[in-house]
Structure formats: C-alpha cells, structure tokens
Design a protein around this ligand. Structure first.
Ligand code: F6P
Length: 323
C-alpha cells in the first residue's frame, strides 16, 4: 500500500508545472498520502534536497509560471553510479511512489530508475514542445503558443506600419508543434518546421509573389530547429533576393514563462490528479496523458519512440489563408 510519494519537475520548465505539483499534493492528501517535494529534478534527488509538501504548501500556486520545486537537466542521472545513488536516496526518503513532471529526458531517467529501484514511477508530460506521444497536448504548450501569438500580433502592427517582412523564431529544437500552431493562429504567411525540408528558393519566390500581389507586410514563423537554420541564418541567406525590408525577432525563453492559460491549468490539474490515482491503483512505468478528453496511460518508452504526427493539414490551411 502506497503511504508516501515524491514529486519532482525536471528538464525545461513550462507554465502549468506548478498547477501540476498542486494537483499531485492535494490529490495525495485526499488519499491520505504524504508528499515529499524533491528540488531541482534528478539533481536534487542525488543531492538530497527535499521539502515536505502539505496541502497548504501549494497555496496560491495554480496561476504561477516556473516551478516551485525548481528544475534542472542532470547529466549524473545518465550514469550507473548516479542511478544507484538515486535508488538509495529514494529508499532513505521512504517513498514508495514518485511522480516525475517533465519531457522525454525526464521519462528516460524514470525508466532507468525503475530498473534499479522498487519505487513506482508515473510521469506527467510537462514541456512547452508538445513532443510526446500519448497525450494530445503537454503542459505548457498552450501557454507558449498564446505567448508567441501575442508577440506576433504586436510585430504585425509594426510590420504593417513599415511594410516589412518579419522572421519570427519560436522554440522547438526537433519538432514544429509550436511553430505550426502559432503560425496558423497568428495568421503567418509561411511556417518553417524541422519535419519538412525547407525550400529557400520557393520561400523567396512566394514572398516576392505576395509583394507583387499587393501584400506589403509578411510574417514568417521559423521553428528554432528548422533544417535550413536559425531565423537569422535564413534571413541572411534570403536577404538579397527579397526586395523588401526585413527584421528578425527571436522569441526564445519568453515562451517558457508567465501565468498558464486556463487550458494548461485544467490539463495540469487532471494529469497531476491522474498520476496519483495511477500510483494508488498500483501501476508504474507509464506517463498519464489526455487523449480525446480522457486520461490515458502510455508506457514511458512509447512516449518518445512512437511518432507524434504533426498536423500537416494546418500547413495547407495556412497557405490557403495567407493569400
Ligand atoms: O524543451 C523545451 C525547450 O524550451 C526547447 O523548446 C528549447 O529548444 C530548449 O528547451 C531550450 O533549452 P534551455 O532552456 O536549456 O536553453
């Protein structure tokens, strides 16, 4: 029987992680479980940085970005010695369940930990990238998209005023989920994603055609991991042939902060509660996600091995709507 569980946040933070911690702590209280917060992700697990978390410790948290527990990317957890130490500390902390909130790196660590420890581990998808199979959205994605969209709305004003082209770089090292969503929602003229080879000549021709057709300002959204390079590089490569004034704006970590949207708070609340329920019911080695409105469980390995498809129909829609 589960008596005491740990919770940690790991990898890149995302708005809504705090709401997930709150949901874990308060759901655990409803099941009369104790909760130990582990600071700085796996780094804090190795360095024994912990804090007892009762329901009052997570008051006034649901609307705050960042993570109360802090987060880190931890190289030591990739070593055998690190994993052994983590397992020993878990035994010393007296926890029989662990909720890890993070992305694929976090779940790889959890999977390896499960192999050397008896602790039951359940994952909650927390990353702005939305790059995990087994959930329609990850916690933080919706907020990041909304933040980038607001920035694009502002850039559009000045782009129109000066009749300029803007290259706007959004996060996404390997996947284009943020770029695609924000591109369509922000009314972009082009969207460049890592999954689809970028044809720079075609892009340049499309920009010139739109200019000739009377469209004097344009927004091109670039995912940071696009195969043609970062936004500055792409702009430089195209610059001379563009016959229009251009600027580059890299949104960067702005997308990682700020109060979570209602959608992210709801998702975090459902999944934080779902993770505790999964532990109480005796299951381990899975991520809880929300698919078609239902909380579902996916084995860790599938979350990064199975391909989460990009909705390429959105690219065609963007092209139709950008004329
Ligand atoms: O994984 C989340 C993410 O924000 C990516 O979109 C981005 O490429 C990366 O983290 C940035 O990492 P860091 O915060 O270490 O610079």
């Amino acid at each position: 029987m589960m008596k005491r569980i740990g919770v940690l946040t790991s990898g890149g933070d995302g708005p809504g992680m705090n709401a997930a911690i709150r949901a874990v702590v308060r759901t655990a209280a409803a099941y009369e479980l104790e909760v130990l917060g582990i600071r700085r992700g796996y780094a804090g697990l190795l360095d024994e940085e912990t804090v007892e978390l009762g329901p009052r410790a997570v008051a006034n948290l649901i609307h705050r970005g960042g993570t109360l527990l802090g987060t880190a990317r931890c190289e030591e957890m990739r070593t055998e010695a690190g994993l052994r130490k983590a397992a020993e500390n878990i035994a010393r902390f007296g926890i029989d369940g662990l909720v890890v909130i993070g992305g694929d790196g976090t779940f790889r660590g959890a999977q390896e930990l499960s192999a050397v420890s008896d602790v039951h581990v359940v994952g909650v998808p927390g990353t702005i990238d939305n790059d995990l199979y087994g959930t329609d959205a990850t916690i933080g994605f919706d907020t990041a998209v909304n933040t980038a969209m607001e920035a694009i709305d502002r850039l559009r004003d000045t782009a129109e005023a000066h009749e300029r082209l803007f290259f706007v770089e959004v996060m996404g090292r390997t996947r284009g989920f943020i770029a695609l969503s924000v591109g369509v929602a922000g009314g972009a003229e082009d969207i460049l994603v890592p999954e689809i080879r970028t044809d720079l000549e075609g892009l340049s021709a499309a920009i010139r055609e739109r200019l000739a057709a009377g469209k004097r300002a344009s927004i091109v959204v670039v995912a940071e991991g696009d195969d043609a390079g970062r936004a500055f590089e792409i702009a430089e490569k195209l610059g001379h042939g563009l016959v229009m004034d251009y600027r580059v704006c890299v949104l960067g970590h702005v997308q990682r902060g700020g109060p979570p949207t209602a959608q992210d708070r709801l998702l975090a609340s459902k999944l934080g509660a779902g993770a505790v329920r999964t532990l109480v019911e005796g299951r381990t080695g899975v991520m809880v996600g929300l698919m078609n409105g239902k909380v579902v469980e996916t084995p860790f390995e599938q979350t990064w091995r199975n391909d989460k498809a990009l909705d390429t129909d959105l690219l065609y829609l963007m092209k139709v709507l950008a004329r």
